[in-house]
Write a protein that binds this ligand. Structure first.
Ligand code: ADP
Length: 419
């Protein structure tokens, strides 16, 4: 293993694994705290569910993953979080980055959530989502991590007792040498965390070269695009190979959607227009969960004989608000996640092996319920989302999608990609 990665959620882990694998590293994603021996690969991404848990728990889990990765040969540690820097003043990006630095005896790292291919860019330390500032985007209203400040230098400063600084685009665009000189200058001023401006992929390639000797790198999936080349230059990674197609699993394919993000709603509408679709009745789940799940399964097993099918809890914002005010936001979320996970295991029992899952939390619930411990990474379906294949028996073909990723036809594209 060359690169050891720790991701703070499951779809984020898959996103990073996709980036590394597209840039020529054989990558495996491990679900949850790793045990045993690592598979023979160039990079391992440990997928935690630590984005919104208390900071001390996120630190403990991340350190455990870091120690395991280092024990098994990782030469550099990458901490992956969301491209919209999802966090609150209580953490967890600052505390985890600080703990990883302390663990490895280092005093400097970078923070760069930019992902230009998906419209996340950073200029003067301010994060943009498409054409608007982060704090003007829908992230402003995120239920758990509302992002009200686009200035990441300040956001991160509130999460760490240490000093934060900026490498501005005027420097970044001059290349790796200029960025490395900026690192030295920032460190001479006692700065421990540097936000890096990045507008285009070329900025991230320059950044990749500049961080070759850092013990810890933190960012979204985009900031990892330059890292494989460092290992290649050092003669540690073979020539770039294309991502290999995954072994087929066959059988019917189902889409399970527990995301109500804007991109997912468009995908649900597109698939419902052409294929059988079942809208989960949240109130029925609350009155008799087993009966409601049984009805979904009966329906789906029948429909899957003839066509791919969609099962979704996704709803427009006003309906989600209504459900949340009736049942409680967290309770509704948890009950829906459990129900979708139970539907996944019920379908798996009836032989379904191809699952497309929409939603970060929802993906976590489904993958855990299916007992999946590790994922092989296949070709990209859409930016940030690869086809994956679980290890162990039975093997599941899975596409795990963050809420806001993918175009309107993503579900059909994913089913097509999961053989
Ligand atoms: P995303 O990646 O879009 O944020 P997640 O799966 O991470 O999606 O989170 C969506 C959350 O919203 C989950 O906890 C899910 O159970 C919950 N949810 C889904 N549909 C509804 C709904 N109709 N009403 C209330 N909550 C919902």
């Amino acid at each position: 293993m060359l690169l050891g990665c720790i991701a703070d959620d499951f779809t984020g882990a898959t996103d990073l694994a996709n980036t590394l694998s597209r840039h020529g590293m054989r990558t495996v994603q491990i679900i949850g705290e790793p045990t045993g021996l690592p598979p023979d690969t160039d990079a391992i991404v440990v997928a935690l569910k630590s984005r919104t848990i208390p900071a001390k728990d996120a630190v403990a889990q991340s350190l455990a993953a870091c120690r395991w990765l280092k024990q098994h040969g990782a030469r550099q540690i990458y901490f992956k979080y969301c491209s919209t820097f999802d966090s609150t003043d209580a953490g967890n990006i600052g505390p985890v980055a600080d703990a990883l630095l302390d663990e490895l005896g280092s005093s400097f790292t970078i923070a760069c959530p930019a992902f230009p291919e998906n419209g996340r860019t950073i200029y003067m330390g301010h994060l943009f989502v498409g054409q608007v500032l982060l704090s003007d985007s829908s992230m402003r209203h995120h239920p758990l991590t509302p992002m009200l400040d686009s200035n990441l230098v300040n956001v991160l400063a509130r999460q760490t007792p240490h000093r934060t600084g900026l490498v501005a685009h005027a420097t970044v665009k001059q290349g790796a040498g200029a960025i490395a000189a900026a690192f030295a200058e920032l460190q001479s001023r006692g700065i421990r965390h540097a936000i890096i401006d990045a507008i285009e992929d070329i900025d991230l390639h320059y950044l990749g070269e500049a961080v070759a000797n850092l013990d810890v790198v933190t960012g979204g999936s985009g900031a990892a695009i330059g890292l494989p080349e460092n290992f290649r230059k050092a003669g540690l990674l073979s020539k770039r190979e294309n991502v290999k197609p995954l072994a087929p699993v066959g059988g019917g394919g189902v889409v399970l959607s527990g995301s109500s993000s804007a991109a997912t709603l468009a995908q649900v509408a597109a698939m419902s227009a052409e294929h059988p679709a079942f809208a989960i009745d949240v109130a029925a789940l609350f009155s008799n969960k087993d009966k409601a799940i049984g009805e979904v399964l009966l329906w789906a097993v029948e429909k899957l004989k003839a066509s791919p099918t969609l099962i979704y809890a996704s709803a427009p914002p006003e309906k989600v608000s209504e459900i949340q005010s009736r049942f409680g936001r967290e309770k509704a979320g948890a009950v829906i996640e459990e129900a979708i996970a139970a539907i996944a295991t019920g379908l798996a029992k009836s032989g379904v092996r191809r699952f497309v899952v929409a939603g970060g939390e929802t993906s976590g619930a489904v993958v855990s319920a299916l007992g999946v411990k590790a994922l092989e990474i296949g070709p990209q379906i859409s930016p940030g989302v690869p086809a994956t294949l679980s290890y162990g028996e039975p093997r599941y073909a899975l596409a795990l999608k963050s809420g806001n990723f993918g175009g309107p036809e993503f579900f059909s594209e994913a089913l097509e990609a999961l053989k």
